[in-house]
Design a protein around this ligand. Sequence first.
Ligand code: 5RP
Length: 229
Amino acid sequence: MTLTPEQAKKLVGEKAAEFVKDGMIVGLGTGSTAYYTINKLGEMVADGLDIKAIPTSKASEKQAIEVGIPLVGLEFHPVIDITIDGADEIDPDLNLIKGLGGALLREKIVAAVSKQEIIIADERKLVPHLGTRSPLPVEIIPFGLEVCLTKLKPMCKDLKMRMVDTMPFVTDNGNYILDMYFDKIDDPVKLETSLNNIPGVVENGLFIGLATSAIVESEGSIKILQRPT
Ligand code: 5RP
């Protein structure tokens, strides 16, 4: 059975909500797939589920408030039981590219302190190598724009500043995003370190070793992938 993209997002987004239990601190991802998880969790809270949530973006925070999910600050719960989030690419080791939605910085902070990081996606996001389907977003401080453009350009095939019409896209943290294009990323671990060593770079969208499992839609049914040990 072939699902529409929206049906696939709803299927995996709602499936992931089943892993959320009473008493948990829950990281809320960002994007059009995480949207369905947040809506479902709102319904579950209305039916008595007792959770506190930490959103990864202003958009997810607004949606969570609208659907009645109680929120809490990361400063009060620096360890998160479970986070459910989307991704732009997933490799066979469950390493990811994230950030096409622009929320990579908060998403990565939350993922780094989550006991379980469940990724929800449709099968098209599965790739043999990172960098083959999606650009790699890099969040940078506006003051460092020229420096970062100069440093990042020789590291990729193409580099584009993310724009909204004629204005730079500004993240929830007041920063810019540079999208790096590759044929494929040969060594994601090395690239992640190299990027974060550039002054002006705040964070990049490589999520290495952070996802614990992925719930993926394939031909109308669900596959659950575990990170290889
Ligand atoms: C936002 C993200 C999203 O999780 C990623 O872009 C996937 O979004 P979608 O579910 O809309 O495809 O990383 O920063």
